[in-house]
Design a binder for this molecule. Structure first.
Ligand code: FNR
Length: 367
């Protein structure tokens, strides 16, 4: 059956993938409240479309951190993509580049920064997990720079791995024929099988729980690449991140895989965007599955969004063609949403084009 929207890839992936792999991709933390809420919160935001505006030409291109891309829809870092498809991160890189948009490569990719760079031209960011051994981090950042990556997305919501109960039940580990390619030569490329989640044990052993703002400063001493702080959910941390030299903020709850009962990212977005005051761009990820979601995020102050699971599920279903199709479907839906809201360019998308639940409550209390 033909796939007509992004969500439909999930069921196909579920049928195709080994249970351990599908569960790792699909899961959220603990009760998965934030996982459901990342989606539900979008559905509580409504449009206030403007009519009779000539929408025969819609412009979706944008320039982010100085890089021109075809649309404000980008690819979030997700680990271990070769579990989804043998082409893994290569397929994702090629699909992103064909769509004229940015791919973020995970530290825990099953392809190295050099291998991904060798797939051809493309604007790529590198997602960084900070290991206890800072020599490992410095070396990796240097390799990403040399391989032409354009920014570092520093993940700040993972001092420990969130409790993902499916992974515990399945005794999740990386299949033996794969490795965390960026760390292969450093003896950190494999995940041991443990009595619970192998990944949680790996993180406990290798990732630095003491990470703090001073490390954001330290990172700037070892690289000139712009640093995006990924995992901000409050106005307070937005201000501190900017004070500490962040070039951008990614409002993210890690696809609801870390702390459960944090708000949906689309709910947290507005306070972050307000606190940023336009000093640095603000991005969002979490639950984006429709062009309408992209529009809502931009109306609430995002400069662009990232998608995570849709890439994994489409990769599992159809490889590079699947990821291309996901990007194309989101692009088409977003263009249609702009047209039906009377917006011809991204700057015409305003806060007045949407009405949130908080707006409705405020209006109610004035009646
Ligand atoms: C992730 N995410 C993630 N984030 C990160 O900084 N480094 C990583 O290695 C990973 N790995 C990863 C694996 C899987 C299977 C998932 C689902 C997610 C989080 C990711 O970058 C992003 O924040 C979310 O995936 C966005 O939410 P959606 O689009 O999946 O709902």
């Amino acid at each position: 059956m033909e796939v007509v929207n992004v969500m439909e890839y999930q069921a196909i992936a579920k049928k195709k993938l080994p249970k351990m792999v599908y569960d790792y991709y699909a899961s959220g933390a603990e009760d998965e409240w934030s996982l459901r809420e990342n989606r539900h919160a979008f559905s509580r935001i409504l449009f206030r479309p403007r009519i009779l505006i000539d929408v025969s030409n819609i412009e979706m291109t944008t320039t982010l951190l100085g890089f021109k891309i075809s649309m404000p829809i980008m690819i979030a870092p997700t680990a271990m993509q070769k579990m989804a498809h043998p082409d893994g991160e290569y397929a994702t890189a090629r699909a992103a580049s064909a769509a004229g948009t940015i791919m973020t490569l995970s530290s825990w990719a099953t392809s190295s920064v050099e291998e991904v760079a060798s797939t051809g031209p493309g604007i790529r960011f590198f997602q960084l997990y900070v290991y206890k051994d800072r020599k490992v981090v410095a070396q990796l950042v240097r390799r990403a720079e040399r391989a032409g990556f354009k920014a570092i997305a520093l993940t700040v919501d993972t001092p420990r791995l969130g409790r993902r109960e499916d992974d515990i039940r399945n005794r999740f580990t990386l299949p033996p024929y794969l490795s965390l390619k960026n760390f292969e030569g450093l003896d950190l490329g494999t995940i041991d099988q443990t009595a619970d989640s192998g990944l949680a044990s790996y993180v406990a052993g290798q990732i630095d729980r003491s990470l703090s703002w001073k490390d954001v400063k330290w990172l700037q001493t070892i690289t000139d690449l712009p640093i995006l702080v990924k995992g901000v959910l409050t106005a307070e941390d937005t201000r501190i991140a900017i004070q500490n030299g962040a070039a951008g903020i990614i409002v993210s709850n890690h696809g609801a895989r870390q702390l459960d009962y944090v708000p949906a990212t689309i709910i947290a977005l507005e306070e972050v965007a307000k606190a940023a005051q336009g000093r640095v761009p603000v991005f969002l990820d979490g639950g984006v599955r429709r062009g309408t979601d992209v529009f809502k995020a931009l109306a609430l102050g995002a400069s662009g969004i990232f998608i995570g699971r849709p890439v994994l599920f489409s990769l599992a279903a159809e490889g590079e063609a699947g990821v291309r199709k996901v990007l194309q479907m989101l692009r088409d839906e977003f263009e249609l949403t702009m047209a039906l809201n009377g917006c011809r360019s991204l700057k015409e998308i305003t806060r007045n084009h949407i009405i949130t639940e908080a707006d409705q409550l405020r209006m109610g209390s004035r009646l």
